[in-house]
Design a protein around this ligand. Structure first.
Ligand code: HEM
Length: 397
């Protein structure tokens, strides 16, 4: 079977995208010193048991690769719950739902710019600017600074190639230090804005975060900045990939493309299947707190686990015909947005942006298709699955 991964040359390491299965659901990789978890039940067990499987991966990686402050994603209970409650107080479902008209307006404006050209590059023209402008406006930082965020995040990704606990060579140390330096640009930038909101509150999410209070407790400056940082990074590269991946999947499945066009109520299910089939966030990290038996393996304490949710989403023990993109799957309990206490806090925003943007894209372009002469390009990071360039032809013929 020729898969989309073969057709377009996706990351070689992502064997699950080529219809291949792992030899074992859990295995140790002596090359990197980490455990790989590929199976669905095994991933589910890990994500559902934060007592045994900690998110504080920073404690086992070399110091040079460690950010100085833990962000929400790296906290365990009870600190995680406290911080999540505080940030959820500001970043509520209503805050997200109220964004729908603005998302539609922005999508319209971005598509106006390419309306009569006969072609577009989906990422540069829509999938990148849309979520970054939305999240920047929501936070209250100037969306005109988005070229800065892009520069920092692109350099961060370039420098976070395959990580290994075994190879602590100079090149890896240099790359990790360079990646952290880019994160620092972003945290300094957000720190200045957060400090400004303490002095002069405005009607934006940064101000809400600065002022959020539960039982007399507030977020520290470092916690506000860290959370804003996660929102800015997680809030755009993943949604960018989601939009691009979804169009790529539909392009490869003309009947499903036609069905989505004809019946827009099916678009949300298309988005869910895209999250399963090409999970943008391919892996999440965890560390064992104690010795544990699972997936036929004995894993000692303090081991770093790469939980490949993208591979678990192709586990035939959970999904019938896992290598088939089928938007009619129901139920579709994919792990693309995580599971358990760390379940993606931005899921309502990602789903909203995906639905609104895809809907308008289909309205505007009845003849959308990939360009055989200009193949898509993919993000080079091994932990992500997503297009970074997707040239499309938009005219008939
Ligand atoms: C398609 C888009 C997205 C995907 C695939 C995605 C994926 C994920 C995954 C897999 C996790 C779990 C991490 C873990 O268990 O360690 C997560 C957590 C998180 N995501 Fe997303 N995400 C997306 C969009 C967003 C957006 C738009 C935002 C915010 C604006 C966001 C904010 C967060 C935050 C704050 C967490 C941490 C939650 C916690 O640790 O309690 N994500 N995301």
């Amino acid at each position: 079977m020729t898969t989309i991964a073969d057709t377009w040359g996706l990351h070689e390491g992502h064997f699950w995208l080529r219809g291949r299965r792992p030899d074992q659901p859990v295995s140790f990789d002596a090359g990197t010193g980490m455990w790989n978890v590929y199976g669905y039940p095994e991933a589910l067990r890990i994500l559902g048991d934060p007592k045994t499987f900690s998110s504080d991966t920073g404690r086992v990686v070399p110091e040079v690769a460690r950010p100085s402050e833990r962000s929400l994603t790296q906290l365990d209970p009870p600190m995680h719950g406290k911080l999540r409650r505080l940030v959820s107080h500001a970043f509520t479902p209503k805050v997200v739902a109220d964004l729908e008209p603005r998302i539609a307006e922005l999508t319209g404006e971005l598509l106006d710019a390419v309306a009569d050209t006969g072609r577009m590059e989906l990422v540069a023209d829509l999938a990148y600017p849309l979520p970054i402008v939305v999240i920047a406006e929501l936070l209250g930082v100037p969306s005109s600074d988005r070229h800065l965020f892009k520069q920092w995040v692109d350099r961060m990704l370039e420098n976070s190639q395959q990580f290994s606990l075994v190879d602590r060579g100079e090149e890896q140390a240099r790359n990790l230090a360079a990646a952290l330096e880019q994160v620092k640009h972003l945290t300094d930038y957000l720190g200045e804005h957060a400090a400004e909101r303490r002095r002069r509150p405005r009607a934006d999410l940064l101000t809400k975060l600065v002022e959020a209070e539960i039982d007399g407790e507030r977020l520290s400056q470092a916690e506000v900045v860290n959370f804003a940082n996660v929102l800015l990074i997680a809030g755009h590269i993943t949604t960018t990939m989601l939009l691009g991946n979804t169009v790529l999947c539909l392009d490869a499945q003309p009947e499903q493309f036609a069905r989505a066009r004809a019946d827009r109520s099916t678009v949300p299910a298309v988005i869910e299947e895209s999250l399963r089939f090409f999970s943008p966030f391919a892996a999440v990290g965890r560390v064992t707190n104690v010795d544990v038996e699972f997936g036929g393996q004995h894993v000692p304490a303090d081991q770093l686990l790469m939980v490949w949710i993208a591979a678990a989403n192709r586990d035939p023990r959970q999904f019938a015909d896992p290598d088939v993109f089928d938007a009619t799957r129901d139920p579709n309990p994919h792990l693309g947005l995580g599971r358990g206490i760390h379940f993606c806090l931005g899921a309502p925003l990602a789903r909203l942006e995906g639905r609104v943007a895809l809907d308008i894209l289909l309205d505007r372009f009845p003849h959308l298709r990939t360009d055989p002469d200009e193949p898509p390009q993919f993000i080079p990071s091994p932990n992500m699955t997503g297009v970074r360039k997707l040239p499309l032809l938009t005219s008939a013929g």
